[in-house]
Design a protein around this ligand. Sequence first.
Ligand SMILES: Cc1ncc(COP(=O)(O)O)c(C=O)c1O
Length: 480
Amino acid sequence: MIFSNIDFNDEEPIYIQIKNNIKDMISKGMFNKGSKLPSTRELSEILNVSRNSVISAFEELKDEGVIHSQKGKGTFVSISNVYKENTWNINWDEKYNKYANLCEELDIVKSEIPWEKDLISFKSISPQGELFDIDEIKKSFLNRISLEGHKLLNYGYAKGYQPLINYLLSYMEDKGVDTSNKDILITNGFTEGLDIILSSFTKSGDTIICENPTHNTAIKLFKVYDLNIVGIDMTDNGMDLEILEKELKNNDVKLSFVVPSYHNPTGIVMRHKERYELYNLMKKYNVPIIEDGFNEELLHTGSHICPIAALDGSSNGVLYIGSFSKVLFPGMRIGWILADKSIINKLESVKRCKNIHVSFLDQAILYDYLNNGSFEKYMKKIKKFYKEKYEFALECVKKYIHTDYIMGEGGLHIFLKLDNINSRELLSRCYEKGVIFMCGDVFYIDDSGHDTLRLGFSRLDFEDIEKGIKIIGSVIDELR
Ligand SMILES: Cc1ncc(COP(=O)(O)O)c(C=O)c1O
């Protein structure tokens, strides 16, 4: 009992000492605003003083606004406990480790020009939110919560929500993947999938091979895991396979990372032939492939191209990472790793160690939405929508921007190379005119790509696409 610690002196009246002690306790945070104090009778017994002394102390504290009484309920503290003499000031800056410092240093969300109202921004390649089926999502939520109730709000399994895993296994089979000896781990989007794989298989100094340029988040993760990154220049059909073979011969490569469909940032879709050749090369040099299949559903033209995972048959050479961040809802943060059963068994423990599991409520809602036919209807709608946008954006680029190097076969972005024009300078001039885009240099691993840029058009309307591209084109002409 904290009151029993009061040591009374002979100099001051008892009631003053009680009052000052209560104020002191409040200022030190021993009582918060709203805390109930003992009654005057109880306190006089605890302190072994007369009840009148306690009553006088309480009256003074009430006059000062420190406490108040509520009829029939008791006496309560009225003020917050601000401890004003706090002088503890740790220098946290010197305590951050290399990992945290690198995460911040490589955080382009902080270093690039942010979106502002009225800017025409070609930075984003996330989906247009107005297209989301909110009514269907509401129905899926109500359906799952009525069927499964509290189970979805309790702890679930690290591997994921089994109906969603089953759905995704047959989804992958439809893509031509042999899933007989495969399993799935549900992850917090592609990003956590890659993080789990890198943290499970790599150590500082290991070599990873990837396309150059490649997805900025992947580069960031390779760097924070202190990997030696070997970037392979790209042709119109993905990695230059001659360069790839040379690098595979000359390096002790631990893993490879490939984005074969709607590669970010180039938008290249590898043809079946090159996928097969790449797969065989990796197999020849025994280098496992991490395949990022994030956007392959958005294929606008031509027939379906199998993921590299489909070429692997019942072998275990490919770790496939899928994500619903582009084709559905990035905010739900749901992705998956498909790999050999024994690998998923191990990665399940890694996932549990990192953050237990992805929200079961979210997984269940997504499963319901996927399973009730809404997904197929939605895919039909967005494929048509993004195809039209892509074709319009491409037409505008060809009309207003004078360059021969235009990459991208659909998806949500177009990639450009502008001979001898620095895209950072272009960006700062365009920014003054109300237009921003993603400079291509952030996707390169070797400090190149200074004359490249990525135009993401998915969230812009047709009018702004044309207006923005016209402005970029006019600034390029000024800089020439
Ligand atoms: C190449 C690539 N892979 C995957 C993703 C999706 O990542 P996540 O699922 O973590 O949102 C993106 C998003 O931009 C991407 O560009």
